[in-house]
Every structure is written in structure tokens, then in C-alpha cells.
Design a protein around this ligand. Structure first.
Ligand SMILES: NC(=O)c1ccc[n+]([C@@H]2O[C@H](COP(=O)([O-])OP(=O)(O)OC[C@H]3O[C@@H](n4cnc5c(N)ncnc54)[C@H](O)[C@@H]3O)[C@@H](O)[C@H]2O)c1
Length: 253
């Protein structure tokens, strides 16, 4: 799909992979709506790229519904929806002295999985009401998993479960939306140089970088954004999860 003059919605567009995606799609001529919890940084990115930001909690359906209708009012119905909003909390299932991490599990599923599902659902409904392009496409949805969906590390049960579900729903969603010409893809990033990574202990980051075969470094957010752009451009990409990881496989810890 040619993105020029189209509307793209990016959740998590205030930071990291989402901000890079918002900038890239805007540079290709899209009008970009940013849905992010961080209103200040969301507004700053939106101002920089001539887009529109809405303070949104993606884990709250009513918040996503309201944000989507504000984007439609301000910019128009989206042809592209990219979900980058997410959290990366880690905890043992059974911690010290038997402390369970069920709260963390629930929160991670709510933000990462339900948040992605809500953005996809509300965007897809808008896309389905649009006329198809010459290619037959009405829209493109790109969700963000993580290589932790396959190589989950110690303490990542909640995160891996949330990302595994994002990868797993990609094919059934693509099959369901095929008739309307909406493609659904997921990207499973390796280790990228974003604020989310700053939260990790230094030795964890250094250990993972040591395992990255080539290029032997963290990924840059612009490289993730490039992948989104390539997915949008290529109509034959549908129903699958692409690992964008420089051949890294995460070790146990
Ligand atoms: N950075 C990496 O190495 C990496 C690797 C694999 C997967 N990912 C995934 O990529 C996505 C983006 O990660 P990032 O590194 O850019 O993180 P980031 O922390 O830089 O950005 C995440 C954004 O999501 C927003 N957000 C968090 N909770 C929200 C909520 N409930 N509602 C709305 N917005 C919310 C934050 O405000 C922030 O702007 C996440 O889903 C993450 O799991 C990142």
C-alpha cells in the first residue's frame, strides 16, 4: 500500500519503536495519529511530524474507542495501525517466600495483549468501512511481539505469554480480515536501543548483545520503523510474524 496521504495510527508513538515508526510513516507522507499514555511526549512527537496525539491507555477499551474516534475526526479513518505500546516487566512466577506475581501477569496481559487487540479491533473496523485501494487492500495492521515469544528468558513468563498471543492471533486475524482486504502482520524485535531497554540491568543488556551474531549491536528504532514501512509497502506479506533480530537467540538468562 502506498502510504502517501493516508492516515496511520501508532500506539506507543511517544517513545522508542513507536516514535521511530510515527516519524518514518510521516516522512513517507502519512498523517499520523499517536495513541500513548505519555501525553507530553506524544504531543511533542505529534508536533514534530504534523500529526495528532491522544492520551490513551491501550489496556482500557473505552480509552481506545475514544482515542480512535478522535483520530478519525481530526485526521480521517486509518489505513495503517501499528501497535507499539507495551510494558516489559519481569518477575518469577513463584518468588521468594512464595510470593506470587499474578498482578504483574495480569497487568502485562492487559497492556500488551488486550491493548494490541483493542487497537487492532477499533482500527480494523474503520478500515473495513473504507473503499479498497487498486490493490484490493483496505488496510494494514502491524502488531509488535518480541523474540521473547519464542525465546522467553528467566522471569519473562508474563511478557512471553503476552507476546506469544500477539504472534498467535496474527494468522487467524489475517484470515478473518482477508475478505475485507485488511492485512495483519506482527514483528518480533530482538534487542533494540530504546528507553525500554534502559530499564534492564547493564549486565543483562551486555549479555544479550554478546549473543547478537550480526550486526553485533542493538537494533536501532529506525530499523524497526523501516520494517513497518516495508510491510505496508508489500501486499504479499500477510498473516505471519517476522523476527527482526540479527540472528540472536536469547539464552536462559
Ligand atoms: N526495545 C526492545 O528491544 C524491544 C524488543 C522486543 C519487543 N519490544 C516491544 O516493542 C514495543 C515498544 O517498545 P519500546 O522499546 O519502544 O518501549 P518504550 O518504553 O520506549 O515505548 C513504549 C511506549 O508505550 C507507551 N505505553 C506503555 N503503556 C501504555 C498504555 N497502557 N497505554 C498507552 N501507551 C502505553 C509508553 O508511554 C511508551 O511511550 C513494546 O511492545 C515492546 O514490548 C521492544
Amino acid at each position: 500500500m502506498d502510504i502517501t496521504d493516508k492516515v496511520a495510527v501508532v500506539s506507543g508513538g511517544a517513545s522508542g519503536l513507536g516514535a521511530a515508526t510515527a516519524r518514518r510513516l510521516a516522512s513517507e507522507g502519512a498523517r499520523v495519529g499517536i495513541l500513548d499514555f505519555d501525553a507530553e511526549r506524544g504531543a511533542a512527537v505529534a508536533a514534530e511530524i504534523g500529526g495528532h496525539a491522544v492520551k490513551t491507555d491501550v489496556g482500557d477499551e473505552a480509552s481506545v474507542a475514544a482515542a480512535m474516534s478522535e483520530i478519525v475526526d481530526k485526521l480521517g479513518a486509518p489505513r495503517v495501525a501499528v501497535s507499539c505500546a507495551g510494558i516489559g516487566l519481569a518477575a518469577r512466577i513463584v518468588g521468594r517466600e512464595g510470593k506470587l506475581s499474578t498482578d504483574l501477569f495480569e497487568k502485562t496481559i492487559r497492556v500488551n495483549l488486550m491493548g494490541t487487540y483493542f487497537v487492532m479491533s477499533y482500527a480494523a473496523r474503520e478500515m473495513m468501512a473504507l473503499e479498497p485501494e487498486d490493490t484490493g487492500e483496505r488496510g494494514v495492521i502491524v502488531n509488535t511481539a518480541s523474540i521473547a515469544y519464542q525465546d522467553g528468558q528467566f522471569g519473562q513468563a508474563a511478557y512471553s505469554a503476552s507476546k506469544g498471543a500477539i504472534a498467535a492471533m496474527c494468522l487467524p486475524a489475517a484470515r478473518e480480515m482477508a475478505k475485507q482486504g485488511v492485512r495483519v502482520m506482527a514483528i518480533a524485535p530482538g534487542l533494540f536501543n530504546t528507553p525500554m531497554m534502559e530499564g534492564l540491568p547493564e549486565d543483562v543488556t551486555a549479555g544479550i548483545v554478546a549473543n547478537v551474531p550480526f550486526p553485533h549491536r542493538l537494533g536501532e528504532p529506525a530499523e524497526y520503523a523501516q520494517m513497518v514501512s516495508q510491510i505496508v509497502a508489500n501486499p504479499y506479506l500477510n498473516g505471519t510474524t517476522i523476527r527482526l533480530d540479527a540472528a540472536v537467540r536469547l539464552p536462559q538468562r
